[in-house]
Design a protein around this ligand. Structure first.
Ligand SMILES: Cc1cc2nc3c(=O)[nH]c(=O)nc-3n(C[C@H](O)[C@H](O)[C@H](O)COP(=O)(O)OP(=O)(O)OC[C@H]3O[C@@H](n4cnc5c(N)ncnc54)[C@H](O)[C@@H]3O)c2cc1C
Length: 423
């Protein structure tokens, strides 16, 4: 008998899990909002580890309006050449590309994976405007704000960093208690390629059809504050710019408005923040588009348990990471593929507790490595780990980017950390 699976949340994690699980099981997704895949939201890197899995599952790159990065340009704060690395994972990792793509585009394609009759199994049912407010993990019951009750053999919490399912698993009504902040924010804006072409010192970014990727420059202002500007292509026509710095007066606004995004920050404030350390080239990136938002940098404290009774967490709900290693969604997609594989032959709810244990034992070391590397890149010192040797970019790429899916992780010592995993 197929299992009855309820997924809370239709983000990258919820939709990809539905895509993998529908082949064998009945899947219902509860999404609090209304889905709109045409919005111009942020761009992200889907690296070879996750993109490889999606391609094998049947995701069509032509539906993504994506670019394939070829370079990482490290620049000085004055946009002079530093170290340029070639970043084409197709050459390094058995043909698996890494891509830069807008989140909504990827989500739209994952919706096709979850619901189109072209894929194996019954299409998942996606119920929008269904905000989950209460979960009984032992009974496998979920209630939505409008009073509806849904029951499943398995409840998957893919409801993001402020997960209601996590609160139920931890037995903690304060959802934000496990969310950590680090006196760090990123100012974010989007540019068109035309904007970039107006400055010859950015020639190297001006033709993403031939070379695409990420330019970054770092500077510090005193021992505590690491400032970091990153610009990367998000399609053949657009780029995204992040300026990382400390929160300063914004921390009070984040706290009082109980939000992680402050919209419409004046460009003059952002320029004032970076002008002392950065030259006109990088500063000008914040002058083209008046729409600049401030994003609070957060993650979820490492948890000992991602499941309880019939409920399991995946993606940001289980292990949101700070963004600088560009792997949050990638870990989420890896989770989804692993769950689909582990549940492929399960035909009785009795098998679920063992599968959830195995899932976590397979996934936790990889996610912890990403959390650690993301902290290192962001200059976040982890308590109790002062003086620990840093993970080198090469080691990180070897352990993370080369991933070939959970079947191979189960069958060989490919997994970082503890060697072989239980079968
Ligand atoms: C600025 C920024 C840049 C990033 N860049 C990258 C990158 O380059 N590469 C990368 O891999 N990752 C990146 N990430 C991280 C990535 O966005 C997340 O890791 C990923 O979106 C997690 O997916 P998710 O499905 O677990 O959670 P989410 O994307 O947060 O989705 C959660 C879903 O659940 C729904 N939901 C929430 N609560 C409820 C409820 N109570 N009931 C019903 N539905 C609910 C939400 O509406 C949403 O649809 C970035 C993140 C940010 C903020």
């Amino acid at each position: 008998m197929p299992l009855k699976i309820i997924i809370c949340g239709s983000g990258i994690g919820g939709l990809s899990a539905a895509g993998y699980l529908r082949a064998k099981h009945h899947v219902t997704i509860l999404e609090r909002g209304t889905l709109d895949f045409t919005v111009n939201d942020y761009g992200m890197s889907i690296v070879s580890n996750a993109f490889n899995l999606l391609q094998r599952a049947g995701i069509n790159p032509q539906n993504l309006d994506m670019v394939v990065p070829t370079h990482v340009w490290r620049r000085t704060p004055n946009n002079e050449e530093g170290k340029t690395s070639h970043f084409d994972t197709r050459a390094r990792f058995k043909g698996a590309p890494s891509v830069l793509v807008k989140r909504a585009k990827l989500q739209g394609e994952l919706m096709r994976f979850a619901t189109s009759p072209e894929f194996a199994g019954a299409p998942a049912e996606v119920i929008q405007n269904a905000k989950v407010t209460k979960v009984d993990t032992a009974a496998g019951k979920v209630w939505t704000e409008d009073g509806r009750l849904f029951e499943g053999d398995l409840i998957i919490g893919a409801d993001g960093i402020n997960s209601v399912v996590r609160a139920a698993i931890l037995g903690d009504q304060d959802i934000s208690a496990s969310v950590k902040t680090y006196d760090s924010l990123a100012f974010m804006t989007q540019l068109s390629i035309e904007d970039i072409r107006s400055d010859p010192s950015f020639d190297y970014l001006s033709d993403p059809a031939t070379q695409a990727g990420l330019a970054s420059a770092q500077a510090s202002s005193g021992p505590q504050v690491n400032k970091h500007i990153i610009a990367y292509h998000t399609s053949l026509n657009s780029l995204q710019v992040f300026g990382y710095t400390s929160e300063k007066e914004f921390s009070e606004q984040f706290d009082s408005a109980k939000t992680a995004i402050i919209k419409d920050v004046p460009a003059s404030r952002v320029i004032e923040e970076f002008a002392p350390e950065f030259g006109e080239g990088f500063i000008n990136l914040f002058r083209h588009n008046t729409k600049i938002d401030a994003w609070r940098i957060r993650d979820v404290a490492a948890m000992d348990n991602w499941f309880s009774g019939k409920a399991l967490l995946i993606g940001d709900a289980a292990h949101a990471v700070t963004p600088l290693a560009g792997q949050g969604s990638n870990m989420t997609i890896e989770d989804a593929e692993a769950l689909g594989y582990l549940l492929r032959d399960v035909d009785s709810p009795d098998a679920i507790p063992d599968i959830l244990r195995k899932f976590m034992s397979l996934r936790k070391d990889r996610v912890d490595l990403v959390r650690r590397r993301s902290h290192e890149i962001g200059g976040i010192q982890e308590e109790g780990h002062e003086g620990r040797k840093r993970i080198s970019p090469e080691e990180f790429a070897r352990k993370i980017d080369t991933y070939q899916g959970v079947e191979q992780a189960l069958n060989g010592p490919k997994h970082p950390g503890r060697g072989r995993h239980p079968k």
